[in-house]
Write a protein that binds this ligand. Structure first.
Ligand SMILES: Cc1ncc(COP(=O)(O)O)c(C=O)c1O
Length: 436
């Protein structure tokens, strides 16, 4: 890494005394009360009032009839994906996945936890390209995918960085093809979307819906997740699978494969204390996005976009995308990178290095799934059609590949809701100096 602290371009800027984080937990005090109550009443278990309370309040806030609190968002996604597979294709033998040999269409620009459950269930993830308006699954690419594989019956859709995808279009396509949706709203809790003219919450838009309380999310329990549904039967099934699939017999009776995926009542206490603060966190994150948007307007960059008519994001992470003609040369190898500094230009990794030197945490855009070594031999479908095998040097520049382009030119900015306006001004100043 260059010595940004000594470079004349950055003269006069001092490193932050206390690191500015990408997105860290923000506690308020009520969390302590509910954790203490669990301890004082001995409900230090995977049952208890905190769990009952958050299941009820989150179901009602999101507008789903049932919520099942689980150990992580990944656990919620696993059970949602497994349940979708079982509903579609029946119950397999113990040890075989419910999606064995079946193609599943999935968001490409997302975190691996959206996708891995398809593999846990022996399915074959087919990645669907991204659109520039919201950085989520492109309805036109999904339509193309159904043209190629009309037999597909399951689509996993994530909302990246707290911005809802084009769910009206995506749902209409899935409905037309009789496909179910697993909705991954891990990053978008509290974001709203206008569906058929009515505002609804993300986490209520699929057949099987998932949220996360991971430590970096808009509210947190340190960990935790939730499965949401309108179906009593589905909620009961997920609850049963999450408690080792115990049958209601006096002895341990197992007729299905189970998991230990329940949320702890201590974690639920933290979530219970955080929940009233969700609107305030969203407001703080929104102000951060707006300050970046105003402060970076004179640079050849754009902020992560959202559809102002049909959605209200939760603004979990603020991101930027550098204009193509302002991109300084940048090369990536498997684990490393090299860039040039050129006046008037910059690159995501130069900006991230500069921010890190001054003790501010940004992050590259989530690397698209179809570019991940583990998934290089999986199919990827853009509006241009199918691309099968790629190799590790693939960077998507020779074809239409929106995800690869956003990954190449974009980055996530420090978006912590405890960052002060003064600290954010320094972050904005550092970014300006990168283009000098
Ligand atoms: C899009 C997305 N899906 C799923 C997850 C997994 O959630 P968890 O960390 O709670 O398992 C995360 C974050 O961690 C995420 O960002």
């Amino acid at each position: 890494m260059k010595d940004f602290l000594k470079a004349p371009r950055f003269a006069g800027i001092e490193a932050f005394g206390k690191k500015v984080w990408l997105s860290s937990p923000t506690m308020h005090g009520e969390e302590q009360h509910w954790v203490d109550e669990a301890i004082l009443t001995n409900w230090v278990s995977t049952i208890g009032d905190n769990i009952d309370s958050i299941e009820e309040s989150i179901a009602s806030m999101i507008g789903c009839r049932y919520a099942v609190a689980l150990s992580t968002g990944t656990a919620a996604l696993h059970l949602a994906t497994k349940l979708a597979g079982e509903r579609l294709y029946g119950q397999p033998r113990a040890g075989k996945g419910t999606l064995r040999g079946r193609r599943v269409f999935a968001s490409d620009c997302t975190f691996a936890a959206s996708i891995n459950p398809i593999m846990y269930e022996d399915g074959e993830a087919v990645f669907i390209d991204t659109e520039y308006d919201t950085w989520n699954m492109d309805p036109a690419a999904l339509e193309k995918a159904f043209e190629i594989y009309p037999e597909v019956k399951l689509v996993v859709i994530a909302h990246l960085y707290g911005t809802p995808g084009k769910m009206q279009e995506l749902k209409a396509i899935c409905d037309r093809h009789g496909a179910m949706i697993v909705e991954d709203a891990a990053e978008s809790l509290g974001a709203k979307y206008k569906l058929n003219g009515s505002w609804v919450e993300t986490g209520s838009l699929g057949n099987f819906n998932c949220i996360s309380f991971n430590g970096n999310k808009i509210i947190t329990g340190s960990a935790g997740g939730m499965f949401l549904t309108d179906s009593r039967e589905d909620a009961d099934k997920v609850r049963k699978w999450s408690t080792q699939a115990r049958e209601p017999a006096p002895w341990y009776q197992h007729e299905e494969l189970g998991y230990n995926y329940r949320m702890s009542n201590i974690i639920a206490g933290i979530v219970r204390g955080q929940l009233p603060h969700l609107p305030e966190h969203i407001e703080q994150k929104k102000r951060i996005w707006e300050r970046y948007e105003a402060g970076l307007r004179d640079l050849p960059v754009r902020m992560n976009p959202w559809d102002k008519e049909n959605c209200v994001p939760n603004f979990w992470l603020s991101c930027l995308l550098i204009d193509e003609d302002a991109m300084a040369p940048l090369e990536k190898s498997r684990l490393d990178y090299l860039y040039k500094s050129i006046p008037g230009k910059s690159s995501p990794l130069e900006i991230l290095d500069a921010l890190a030197a001054f003790r501010a945490e940004g992050r590259p855009i989530w690397k698209p799934m179809h570019m991940q070594p583990i998934y290089l031999d999986h199919e990827f479908i853009s509006t241009e059609g199918i691309s099968k095998k790629r190799d590790s040097s693939y960077d998507g520049r020779d074809c239409r590949d929106v995800g690869a382009d956003i990954f190449r030119r974009g980055l996530c900015l420090p978006s912590d809701n405890k960052m002060t306006p003064e600290q954010q001004d320094v972050v904005i100043d550092i970014i300006h100096r990168c283009f000098k």
